[in-house]
Write a protein that binds this ligand. Structure first.
Ligand code: BDP
Length: 710
């Protein structure tokens, strides 16, 4: 068995650079089958997008099938592939395919007959649609799906599908675990690293159509002419792939680089400064996307510094961009240390009253949960609460709170859980997905952002499995109703192998991995109990942070009597930020899903769980389960030896060993701490922590990735 598996493993070294666009030869039987259905390629090259589409198909099919289709203008045999738009190709126009509903970015893939020959037509209304269709077609071949009777129609559910890079201009990446920034700002614009093209290919292959190049904690320099030239160079590389560039702007830029005394959004000089800045940008980057803004949040400047509202600030920038078709993505991640109210409530409190006050080209970008990208949070209460404003989703792809680069945690189930949550805001079925795709509020503008996990590491994302999180983000951005399991399966096939003996157990392992992390880090609704600042490892005891709302003890509220944050009507009343049926559910301890119990309730240690056990027992059981799950993942992976290349196999194995060690650390440290607070004995059958609490408390870390520059 093992010997057989070994014989199909690729012969050369793999470093993960190719991502899921790994066009390695299919097994011989499959290859010859596909070759007969991909014998000719009829594709234009009149525009840059057509050229890259054609190139991708040629290199992809050549790699997968061991032979390039012949290029031609007419169909001369069975198995031709026709790619393009009705307006650019008379041949495609003559097929009279119905492209009406596809929009600008949609495509169809249809098996057709041309001059008596079977063929496959990949058609968009615009070049970029055909490009997306080409990637879809390649995926079918890569994953060994039938391409005989195709009738695919696809168009994106969400308009702006954007990566957010938290990259600083000095090359550091905030919360980045995959090395330095891939943007070599110093050598731009003259040196355009070929990697930028591969970045664009990867994004286009999953439908991402925008990228915010710099950190939300932005400096003003990126708005200077010197840097705008660099931004322009990147925009030029990305343009053929349908990707627009955006930048994060610092609200006080008019003071820092414009010489003004104020950044007050109602000051005419400030307004004028931003208008001319926008004009300057669009002169050199005509398809520039717009601005992303973090304002009055964690010390960043903003309109409130001048007694103005978020709407005043966003609208001022929106007015500057509007003549050029640009948008403002204004973040709702705000909370203040001078506000004694529950941090989880503050975004809603500040933004909900502003519904209806924003210009048409403003989107509010809302983190998926009310606090901060924790392993599990309920969906943010703003979703569904601002029907007059397009709300964007902000997911984190980089795993700031989920084990950095080394923990194997597939985020698909987390994204899916949030997107499919029913807000009940406009009756049953008002899912978060329908809020952000604009359908619930009848918005034409819609968006979704993912904080990128991309860096200069050869494998882009810090680990092979982290690539799956970039991938699943893109696919769900295109269609937020897709199942994360289906996406995982496709990713595994494209990234590793189609061998079922590998695909099935690995998909299973990925699907369980997020729950494992929740269990060994923050089970039953616990949150924000990680190490201070750098966010590495457990520190539920920590009260060292300057701000109360950065301290773990603020969030878990454990004492001798119980544990959890009371967000019911008797507590902070965060529950009432949700639509009434959901609020009623979360307000009632018995109706609250146990996975969110301690998010919404402070309960005694001997609280009876649905299992019949006490909360204390269940807490210990979940922590233990998390570690066991990681051991199980290791076991699964050991069984995969020989199915894939040794390089990636071994790195995953080594990372899983790190994950096991750290999962154990999380479990033991948290149990030791909570036990010290509850004073309860460890339930029988569970191993005691490996060290005493003092040991865990004594661990400190310096030079943690993603944080060192602060
Ligand atoms: C937190 C990060 C911090 C970011 C902030 C944000 O710890 O580095 O600047 O979010 O989203 O998750 O603005």
């Amino acid at each position: 068995m093992l010997a057989m598996a070994l014989s199909t493993a690729p012969a050369h070294a793999e470093d993960g650079y190719e991502l899921w666009l790994r066009y390695h030869p299919l097994a011989t039987e499959q290859a010859s089958l596909y070759r007969s259905r991909a014998s000719q390629l009829i594709a234009g090259s009149a525009t840059p997008t057509q050229t890259v589409t054609r190139k991708e198909l040629l290199s992809g099919l050549n790699g997968l099938l061991g032979r390039e289709p012949t290029s031609s203008d007419t169909v001369t045999s069975d198995g031709a592939i026709l790619v393009g738009t009705p307006s650019s190709s008379p041949l495609i126009a003559s097929l009279r395919l119905d492209t009406k509903d596809l929009g600008k970015e949609g495509y169809l893939i249809r098996s057709v007959t041309v001059d008596g020959h079977t063929a496959t037509a990949i058609v968009g209304n615009e070049d970029v649609g055909a490009l997306y269709g080409a990637f879809h077609f390649l995926r079918l071949v890569q994953t060994e799906r039938s391409i005989d009777r195709l009738d695919v129609r696809e168009s994106p559910h969400i308009k702006l599908r954007v990566l957010n890079h938290w990259d600083n201009l000095n090359g550091e990446v905030e919360r980045g675990y995959a090395g330095a920034s891939i943007w070599d700002w110093w050598k731009l614009p003259d040196w355009r690293d070929p990697r930028y093209t591969d970045y664009a290919r990867a994004n286009a292959s999953i439908g991402i159509n925008g990228t915010v190049l710099n950190n939300v904690n932005a400096g003003a320099e990126i708005l200077t002419p010197r840097y705008l030239e660099k931004v322009k160079a990147l925009a030029e590389v990305f343009r053929p792939y349908g990707i627009r560039v955006y930048i994060s702007v610092r609200f006080s830029a008019p003071m820092e680089i414009g010489g003004l005394k104020t950044a007050d959004p109602l000051d005419p000089n400030v307004q004028h400064w931003w208008r001319s800045k926008a004009d300057e940008i669009y002169k050199i980057i005509p398809d520039f996307g717009g601005f992303l803004v973090k304002a009055n949040s964690e010390g960043q400047p903003g309109p409130q510094d001048y007694g103005r509202t978020h709407a005043d600030g966003a609208n001022m920038l929106a007015d500057a961009l509007a003549p050029h078709g640009g948008v403002v993505m204004w973040r709702t991640f705000v909370y203040s240390q001078t506000n004694a109210d529950d941090r989880a409530k503050q975004a809603y409190t500040e933004f909900k009253p502003l519904d209806g006050h924003f210009r048409d080209n403003v989107l509010l970008q809302v983190k998926n949960g009310p606090v901060d990208f924790q392993p599990r949070e309920p969906y943010g209460p703003l979703f569904g609460a601002m029907p007059k404003t397009p709300l964007m989703m902000e997911f984190q792809i980089t795993k700031e709170y989920l084990g950095f680069a080394t923990h194997l945690v597939y985020l698909g189930p987390l994204y899916e859980e949030v997107l499919s949550s029913d807000t009940m805001a406009h009756g049953q079925g008002s899912t978060v997905a329908k809020v952000i795709d604009g359908s619930l509020g009848h918005h034409t503008l819609s968006g979704i952002a993912g904080v990128a996990n991309i860096g200069a590491n050869r494998n882009w994302s810090g680990s092979d499995f982290n690539q799956a999180n970039w991938y699943v983000f893109g696919r769900l951005a295109w269609n937020p109703t897709l199942a994360s399991r289906t996406i995982a399966e496709q990713w595994v096939r494209m990234t590793f192998t189609n061998n079922e003996a590998f695909v099935k157990p690995v998909v299973e392992m990925m699907m369980g991995s997020r729950e494992a992390a929740v269990d060994y880090m923050t089970p039953l609704g616990l949150h924000h109990i990680m190490g201070p600042g750098h966010h590495y490892g457990p520190a539920p005891w920590d009260a060292s942070e300057a701000r109360a709302d950065w301290r773990p003890v603020y969030y878990h509220r454990a004492d001798r009597n119980g544990i959890g944050f009371d967000r019911t009507r008797a507590g902070s009343d965060a529950v009432d930020q949700y639509a009434p049926p959901i609020a009623a559910q979360f307000n009632d301890v018995k109706q609250t899903p146990e996975q969110l119990l301690l998010w919404f309730h402070h309960v005694p240690w001997d609280y009876r769980m649905r299992s019949g056990h006490t909360l204390w027992y269940e807490l210990v059981a979940h922590y233990t389960q998390g570690v066991d799950d990681v051991k199980h993942m290791q076991e699964t992976w050991r069984g995969m030896d020989g199915y894939i290349d040794a390089e990636r196999y071994q790195q995953v194995a080594a990372y899983l060993a790190i994950q096991e060690k750290e999962a154990q650390w999380w479990r033991d440290a948290c149990i030791a701490y909570f036990q010290s607070v509850s004073g309860l004995p460890l339930p029988s059958g569970f191993a005691p922590p490996q060290h005493d609490l003092k040991y865990y408390e004594s661990l400190t870390f310096k030079n943690v990735p993603g944080y060192s520059s602060w």
